[in-house]
Design a protein around this ligand. Sequence first.
Ligand code: UD1
Ligand code: UDP
Length: 355
Amino acid sequence: MKILTVIGARPQFIKAATVSRVLQENRIEEIIVHTGQHYDSNMSDIFFEEMVIPKPNYFLNISGLSHGAMTGQMMEKIEGVLKDEKPDFVLVYGDTNSTLAGALAAAKLHIPIAHVEAGLRSFNMRMPEEINRILTDRISTKLYCPTTTAMENLQREGFDTMPCEVLLSGDVMYDAALFYSARSVNYSTLEKYKLAAEGYFLATIHRAENTDSMETLQAIIGALNKLHEQYPVVLPLHPRTRKIIQDRNMKVAFQIIDPVGYFDMLNLIKGSRLVLTDSGGLQKEAYFFQKFCVTMRDQTEWVELVKGGFNMLTGADQSKIQQAVQQFITRQFDSKSDLYGNGQAASVIVKNLIA
Ligand code: UD1
Ligand code: UDP
């Protein structure tokens, strides 16, 4: 059996790391195609090195274009690779332009698609990710859902009656967090950034809905500037947001650092007082390590975190962000449940894929 994996963006390297390892353990041939969507060494290479992900067989070098141009160019090149490699399955992750390009190219050649992280919905069709995930789900043959909410979303959309298989696999990001957390302990991350355990807020910002409007980004930066007076704020900054902050000459009072590798990131989460983010992955990682999370978006796909009281949605509203932080820092994070499976999602996926 031959699996062809299409990845291109940071969160996909992290998700693919655990599944690739289980594929290797089962001696399944995996061809990795890296679209090039993320290309800086601290957005790409570092994950392959630290997490020991096999080197991509193909690097397509497509990045920094408009959504249509990026997706179209990826499709064209992936189609060529698929014709040469003739895989039994194309494996895609999440909801980026690389996900959709991989899925569409496969569907047009009638190659079955396996989608890891299927069924998530924000119900906001203005988000590029929502378009990518709905379309990818619709043309997939095997849909691996990380949560029961994702299963319910697909049921509501009629997937029960479609010629595809929907499976509750658990979340491969939980597998990754558990597996690599033990390996990250020698990284001395807090010393490197001069941070005290439980003595700082960890933030990230990169979503288009927050960075593309001056007003929204200013509200978030304003909130973080204010919070920095209470606890130091540290923000590993995505290159998209860095460019915008620099171009607009925005005033930042807190510590901006370059994007970090996964091991440093795990340590930054574990050492933080709480997390403020618009990242999908980070919302869950905060929960895995028992940190409250303020999500600076209007919707989340990880609704179980909000229902459970672990996560608050504030949008890009400066006063809501500050209020959410003040509420969380007085609370004890004392609940641990298995919202995202048992850390064996990759095994469930591979077992199903090769059955
Ligand atoms: C993409 C995904 C988003 C995901 C995020 C993870 C889509 C539509 N969006 O958003 O769902 O949450 O990745 O991080 O696929 N850039 C660099 N160096 C890099 C990568 C990006 O400088 O290594 C800059 C470029 O200016 C680029 C911009 O960031 O144009 C945006 O990158 P892009 O991949 O288009 O979108 P992301 O915001 O990263
Ligand atoms: N991450 C990282 N270094 C950073 C910022 C994020 O390793 O500097 C990790 C983070 O821990 C999570 C993943 O990248 O595992 C999330 O990716 P991102 O926020 O870019 O995308 P999203 O999850 O929003 O799609």
